[in-house]
Design a protein around this ligand. Structure first.
Ligand code: ACO
Ligand SMILES: O=CC(=O)O
Ligand code: MG
Length: 324
């Protein structure tokens, strides 16, 4: 129904905007973790509506359950990606390079006939971690492949290195394509010794840096987990704040968090209406030779027009995917 609000794309005047083609956009408004060893939760996850399902082998899985998690996930991959009413992202969070579990993970998870859409590499600290990961992927994936890669930034050292990490990921990719930077706030707070607060002001700098760097490299930015999963109001507030900061989506841990989160990262009808009015007014004023004009008491010129275009582009990109 939102489609009614969205006019055809008005790209022709915004020729300086570099973006991935809209058809290729995979929404990751809610990125839902499921412990890979817990088969009941794994099977349930495919009945839910999260844009991205992340079957976890890392911190949501106890050390003595790692083998079971790999077996469960490989079994699902071998049977073929479970069908859902609409397209979704099938992702696997493997263990980090530093954990030394990564080789065992990949030897099971990417050697079958079907690959996950996306691999989520946690705790990427530096370029060497990516090189090691890339080497393993070359070793285990024999055919041509283009797996998406989510790069998780979860420590002070990683945040300092994030620009180099992104540059390397984009150059290096042979079997994978980087698709997102993800903020692992819980590990990050442990790394910097922060005390958690209700407002999360202790991670403001990290969140803003991750969004900025992600967007500089045309990657999605995935915001932190809200671990109080029985607090929908708190989740809504934090998710909306993430969207305002420029994040593309957010990690979630419980089915009840999916809908609230996905709504927060979808432009709402009022925002779409605002964007279309701005774009229409822009065209009218362009014809009259006016670069800046007044709209409801605001001065509008090209930067605000670009923000309006972003809203329309994002709504279209999500609608195309969720209606397919
Ligand atoms: C910082 C990080 O690294 S975050 C990532 C690592 N952590 C995780 O992956 C944790 C994921 N979440 C969970 O494991 C669970 O949600 C918990 C442990 C927090 C709570 O689990 P429960 O006590 O089972 O929650 P609850 O009883 O409310 O669950 C309701 C239903 O949703 C299911 N469910 C809960 N969480 C999930 C999930 N993540 N995926 C799929 N199904 C789930 C339950 O199995 C239950 O199903 P049922 O009604 O058919 O029996
Ligand atoms: O992996 C996620 C985190 O917050 O840490
Ligand atoms: Mg983590």
């Amino acid at each position: 129904m939102l489609r009614n609000y969205v006019k055809p794309l008005l790209k022709s005047v915004l020729v300086d905007t570099i973006k991935a083609p809209i058809r290729l956009y995979t929404p990751r408004r809610a990125l839902m973790y499921v412990p890979g060893d817990d088969l009941k939760k794994v099977l349930k996850a495919f009945l839910l509506d999260a844009d991205s399902i992340v079957l976890d082998c890392e911190d949501g899985v106890a050390l003595n359950k790692k083998v079971q998690a790999r077996i469960n996930i490989r079994d699902i991959l071998d049977k073929g990606k479970p069908q859902r009413k609409r397209p979704y992202d099938f992702a696997v969070r493997i263990n980090s390079v530093a954990s030394e579990l990564i080789k065992d993970d990949l030897s099971v998870l990417v050697t079958g006939k079907n690959l996950p859409n996306t691999i989520y590499l946690p705790k990427v600290e530096n370029v060497q971690h990516l090189e090691t990961f890339s080497g393993y992927l070359d070793e285990y994936v024999k055919a041509q492949s283009n797996i998406g890669l989510i790069i998780a930034i979860e420590s002070a050292f990683a945040l300092v290195n994030v620009v180099d990490i992104c540059k390397a990921a984009i150059k290096m990719s042979s079997k994978f394509t980087p698709v997102a930077l993800l903020f692992g706030s819980d590990d990050f707070c442990a790394s910097i010794g922060a005390k958690r607060t209700e407002s999360s002001f202790e991670v403001t700098y990290a969140r803003q840096k991750i969004v900025t760097v992600a967007k500089a490299f045309n990657l999605q930015a995935i915001d932190m987990v809200y671990i109080k999963y029985k607090d929908p109001e708190g989740l809504k507030k934090q998710a909306e704040e993430g969207a305002q900061l420029g994040f593309s989506g957010k990690q979630v841990i419980h089915p009840d968090q999916i809908d609230i989160t996905q709504k927060a990262f979808m432009p709402n009808p009022d925002q779409i209406k605002w964007a279309q009015e701005i774009l229409n007014a822009f065209y009218k004023h362009q014809k009259e030779g006016k670069g800046a004009f007044s709209y409801k008491g605001h001065m509008i010129d090209m930067p605000t027009v670009k923000q309006a275009q972003n809203v329309v582009d994002l709504a279209n990109a999500i609608m195309i995917n969720i209606n397919e």
